[in-house]
Design a protein around this ligand. Structure first.
Ligand SMILES: [Zn+2]
Length: 173
């Protein structure tokens, strides 16, 4: 704090290092999440071959470059082969990966991969729409007129059969 020109002994700052440590522990608690037990509790065998879509899963994460939040919504779609995953588990999977030091692309990919490995679907697509405070705070008021940058997008899609036309955009947008 002295490097920032602050007095660490000032009343409001005395307990700040301890608070920051506690906040970081919470914001990175996803490292301790047991993905396998989250997933394996809720796998169901089905004869269902329609697309499963869950939109607007909200998440909050921390960018690993600046330790500033990025947050937004994730949209998940998959085409089951013979198994589905309980719908309530998808937000928990997203949370488990979001509460880590992340980049948006990896977060998106990890969610898609987890679904891929859990139920081996015909195809899975994840679209992630996020706003990054590191970008928003830097751009705000430096552009004229003052304007926040548009959300960033990341997409991860896997298709089991080569040639399967699995475009998450067409189903989610
Ligand atoms: Zn950043």
């Amino acid at each position: 704090m002295p490097h920032l020109g602050e007095d660490p002994e000032r009343e409001g700052l005395q307990r700040t290092p301890a608070r920051v440590a506690k906040a970081l522990q919470f914001l990175t608690s996803g490292y301790k999440a047991d993905i396998h037990s989250i997933v394996n509790d809720a796998l169901y065998t089905v004869t269902y071959d329609e697309m499963v879509i869950v939109k607007d899963i909200e998440f909050f994460s921390l960018c690993e470059h600046h330790l500033l939040p990025f947050f937004g919504k994730m949209h998940v779609a998959y085409l089951p082969k013979d198994k589905v995953i309980g719908l309530s588990k998808l937000p928990r999977i997203v949370d488990a990966f979001a509460r880590r030091l992340q980049i948006q692309e990896r977060l998106t990919q990890q969610v898609a991969q987890t679904i891929q490995e859990a139920i081996d679907p015909v195809g899975v697509g994840v679209v992630c729409e996020a706003r990054h405070l590191c970008m928003m705070m830097a751009a705000w008021r430096s552009s004229t007129p003052a304007r926040l940058p548009a959300p960033c997008w990341a997409v991860s899609a896997h298709a089991r059969r080569p040639g399967t036309n699995f475009c998450p955009w067409s189903t989610i947008a």
